[in-house]
Design a protein around this ligand. Structure first.
Ligand code: DCP
Length: 693
């Protein structure tokens, strides 16, 4: 039998062993599901908090309209059918039995005085910006005390280990004369609270125990810090939140949901087994799907306590070394996941579903909606770039479609990705191309014109978001004709140019499963199509809202997903686009783009630390030191390029004032010194204007 820590140590060695004994069920699970990964806990003395806002969208609306405070209220989706689907319900309304799964009219039946507030709408769909921004306000307060991971629009993990250690060294809880009232309201799991004992006094004693071991003393510091942070959040934003404090993320998250609203719960080491013993296995993160079902049917495991009975070897025998170890660990509350230190979302997404009769039936309606979704995505990307200096590199299109007049309705519409080009028109163009490529594949070799199709869900997302290296100015601004605002004038090379000018190349969406988008489902009784389901940490409420997640960070707004019905070939109403031809064109463009040198290649050769060198076609190199328009020497944006690397076809895409100049560079034998010192309009001066006061 492995001990608590022993099992963790063994894992490293075992994980490398070849899996010989996997059941076919496990193999099939692994194909479709992301299997959990066992991670060693770096220390059992960490202090991790999970903060979850209370009825978040309602609180945001209540702040806007104070008359709603303290009232039964709910936020409803923008689709007003039957009063709209409820997506957030105030605690006052919950007392009447109002639930998120209800529609507005049902809520009115159980609570006639309920106030229903419609989610803000833009471009014919829910606009979640106000909620995102409110979430950011909270994050910026929480991040003051430790490493902070924004897990969804309204929940955050904090690693408070360092802050707790500092407190323990400088002002240990057992030296405190007064303990903050909010901390005294904490729930300490396992603390014996007899019926008529002074609850707060017991909590105070627990917090201030000088006999406690170091782990519990650190946890007590965590309790004090989190109480303080929650007060701060309330004071600065008017929002209440609930929190769990434990030594790992998994336990902290379980604890935060135990006492809501506006309360906090701590899990001392000694209470872990008791907390998990009766916890339903399917409610554990990553056990809501096939793996959890297999535990139930194959091993009769219904609670975490049941799982605890199995040896590590037995679990490994059934589920392989990695998953078996992970299961053995979670039964004991062991979870090595680190708080990632991420204040911003991993991806951006914009989507919409088209239920029942609103399904899209032709390319022009797809184009119309894609344009709106891309516009929204582009705005968010632009804002991310401006405020956070981050760029996304991959654009992905997902759709949910079914064929009419076909028995083969099970085929999924393939998600498609390409490099992301900034600017709404480019994103719109690329998204439409991706859609057409997907549609062609969706139909395989059959002629799409012969068949009808309906699109019931569309979304675009931007992922692979990276930070713009500091001291660089995004070239994207240049291509958008915007005045750069960053302080340094160095050209951004590599990543950013790639974003600005990369060719469209279709790829099977390997990244689709990594894109953290959630989709809302106005009717929570209807299953979200599986390929829309997001994985991993961003949808960290999946256990509780497995079939109804919406409006989270990177949210895709959606509606009811309608059931397929037969229909005539709607394409015939259109000017009959030949999809094969369209797609051939797209692919042709794509391959042409790929082969050509482009401004991307041009800027890729930029070396921001070297003097500008022009390589003329004859092989000569010329040095040009660039200057500000005032004639002063420009030190920061000295760069290299080869004139013959410039693809003439990209020149037309540049602002007119630069076209002539670049063309001149291409004829260096005629006008070798076009880049003049002190010239008012030049690419260099354009970029350098950022550093010119
Ligand atoms: N949300 C949504 N659709 C869902 C679930 C949630 O649009 N199916 C939105 C509205 C919620 C917000 O996300 O306010 C946060 O979701 P939570 O699951 O955290 O629920 P609440 O914050 O509303 O309530 P609680 O206090 O129970 O956490």
């Amino acid at each position: 039998m492995h001990g608590w820590r022993n099992g963790l140590g063994v894992f490293n060695g075992l994980a490398r062993l070849h899996l010989k004994s996997q059941s076919s069920e496990l193999r099939s699970m692994q194909k479709g599901d992301e299997m959990p990964v066992a991670r060693r806990e770096s220390s059992d003395s960490r202090v991790i908090a999970h903060i979850d806002m209370d009825c978040f969208y309602v609180q945001v609306e209540q702040r806007k309209r104070p008359e709603l405070k303290g009232q039964p209220a709910a936020v409803v989706q923008y689709n007003s059918w039957k009063g709209g689907g409820l997506i957030a319900v105030s605690y006052e309304a919950r007392k009447y039995g109002v639930k998120r799964s209800m529609r507005g009219y049902e809520a009115k039946e159980v609570c006639p005085i309920i106030q229903l507030v419609q989610v803000p709408v833009a471009r014919g769909k829910a606009d979640l910006n106000a909620y995102r921004e409110a979430g950011s306000e909270v994050v910026s307060i929480l991040a003051r005390r430790g490493r902070c991971e924004r897990a969804s629009i309204d929940e955050v993990y904090l690693d408070l280990t360092e802050a707790a250690e500092t407190m323990l060294a400088a002002a240990p809880p057992d030296s405190l004369e007064i303990v903050n009232e909010e901390a005294l309201r904490s729930h300490i799991l396992g603390l014996n609270q007899e019926d008529n004992s002074d609850v707060k006094e017991n909590v105070r004693k627990w917090i201030c125990r000088s006999s406690a071991d170091r782990r519990d003393k650190l946890l007590a510091c965590g309790v004090l810090i989190v109480a303080d942070l929650r007060m701060q959040v309330l004071q600065d934003t008017q929002f209440t939140c609930s929190a769990g404090i434990a030594h790992n993320k998994m336990l902290a998250k379980l604890a935060s949901a135990m006492n809501k609203p506006a309360q906090q719960t701590a899990v001392p080491f000694s209470s872990v087994k008791g907390l998990l013993a009766s916890f339903p296995i399917k409610k554990m993160k990553q056990l809501g799907g096939k793996l959890g079902s297999s535990l139930q049917t194959d091993l009769c495991v219904n609670t975490v306590g049941d799982l605890w009975q199995f040896s590590q070897e037995k679990l490994q025998e059934h589920y392989g070394i990695n998953t078996g170890t992970w299961l053995w660990n979670i039964a004991r509350g062991i979870n090595g996941d680190e708080v990632e230190g991420r204040l911003l979302p991993k991806s951006h997404g914009s989507g919409k579903t088209f239920p029942g009769p609103s399904a899209l039936k032709n390319l022009s309606s797809v184009q119309h909606w894609l344009n709106g979704l891309c516009e929204e995505l582009s705005e968010r990307l632009q804002s991310d770039l401006e405020h956070n200096r981050r760029i996304a590199r991959t654009l992905t299109l997902h759709a949910h479609a079914y064929k009419t007049n076909s028995s083969d309705q099970q085929v999924k519409f393939p998600s498609k990705s390409c490099s992301l080009r900034y600017g709404s028109p480019k994103i719109q163009e690329d998204a439409m191309n991706l859609f057409q490529a997907g549609l062609r594949e969706f139909y395989g070799s059959s002629n799409v014109i012969q068949h009808g199709w309906r699109i019931t869900g569309l979304s675009v997302s931007a992922s692979k978001i990276v930070a713009v290296p500091s001291g660089t100015c995004p070239i994207t601004k240049y291509f958008q004709g915007q005045q750069p605002t960053c302080s340094s004038s160095k050209l951004l090379v590599g990543d950013c140019t790639e974003v600005a000018y990369s060719s469209v190349s279709f790829s099977e969406d390997e990244d689709a499963d990594k894109i953290h988008t959630t989709i809302s489902n106005e009717d929570s009784s209807i299953q979200v199509p599986s390929y829309y389901q997001s994985d991993g940490a961003d949808v960290s409420k999946e256990a509780a809202t497995a079939t109804s997640t919406s409006g989270r960070e990177s949210c895709l707004e959606s509606n009811l997903i309608g059931s397929p019905s037969t229909m005539s070939n709607e394409l015939s109403c259109e000017p009959k686009p030949d999809l094969h031809t369209l797609d051939r064109q797209v692919r042709k463009k794509s391959s042409v783009d790929k082969g050509k040198s482009s401004i991307l290649n041009f800027f890729r050769r930029v070396n921001s630390n070297s003097p500008l060198q022009m390589h003329n076609p004859a092989g000569g190199t010329q040095d040009h030191t660039l200057s500000h328009s005032d004639g002063s020497r420009l030190e920061t944006e000295l760069w290299h390029y080869k004139v013959d690397d410039i693809d003439p076809s990209v020149i037309d895409e540049l602002p007119p004032e630069f076209q002539e100049e670049i063309r001149a560079w291409l004829r260096p034998h005629k006008r070798p010194n076009t880049v003049k010192s002190g010239s008012n309009v030049s690419i260099a001066s354009f970029f350098s204007s950022t550093s010119t006061p």
